[in-house]
Design a protein around this ligand. Sequence first.
Ligand code: AMP
Ligand code: ZN
Length: 299
Amino acid sequence: MRQHRLALCEVHFVEWVEKMTFSFTKKHRMFEPDDRILVAVSGGKDSLSLWRILLNLGFEADGLYMDLGVEAGCGYSKRSGDYVEKFAQNIFPEVKLHVLNVADVYGKTVPEMAGRRKGGRKKFCSVCGLVKRHEMNRIARELGYTVIATGHNLDDEAAVLFGNVLHWEAEYLVRQSPVLPADGAGLVKRAKPLARFYERETAAYAIVCNIDYMMEECPFSAGATSLRLKEVLNSMENDSPGTKMQFYFDFLRAKEKSLFPGYTRPELRPCEKCGQATGASALCAFCRLLEPAQQSSKS
Ligand code: AMP
Ligand code: ZN
């Protein structure tokens, strides 16, 4: 690992990843001893590794897989779900896995929800992210989980940061963090325990631990801005190992020193329809997304 000037054998690499995850969760106060953790597992290397690491570290952590209905001729969601179910059954049969099928609950798959919006496919990733965040929060609240853990890695976080800096999105920048606290209005605490690891490192962990994971990217992500931002960061990283890490950790340090002091999170209130926390005045973004789709499906 050129970025850390460190070379480890398989056994010590696995120990290193787990130890570093533990200290990162402590540093950012992600979990309290009586927390009930819900790990959002997509079937990819990051979230399956995360689930394994948290259980190995002794945390109580159940899984949630959301079937978003992405078929695109290759059965993407169905196959991703198979990886999650196989992992849960074979590795941790005593741990609970919740499976949510979005179309069963809302009558529409995520591509159908996204297709009805202006901009069509281009908007797919933002609609998908919105649906996932809403549903993770809803399920966690309904089932009494106190923290949601996601598998975002350093490459994901650095790319989001890069995008936000390019547009000086101060409101997003003040909120970007490895841990987002619960909000009295019904937002469940969210944690990203792998945010300190390069994607290469989470992939290496999954491979060394024989985790069978979905390697394909979502077919809708081709051409996504986040992938282009990752390419730019990777080319800088190649020239200067440690660039991504420095970019992200220097940002977290700058935030501790009150970067953008004038910005605070807007006050949240319950959505009039679903009751989940929103900064909007009536309906949350998720309910607004569903409204026109339901109206036009009636006509
Ligand atoms: P992505 O939004 O695809 O970059 O994934 C980021 C994180 O969100 C993953 O590491 C998972 O923790 C979670 N996630 C993504 N897709 C799903 C899904 N279909 N079901 C459950 N969790 C997911
Ligand atoms: Zn709502």
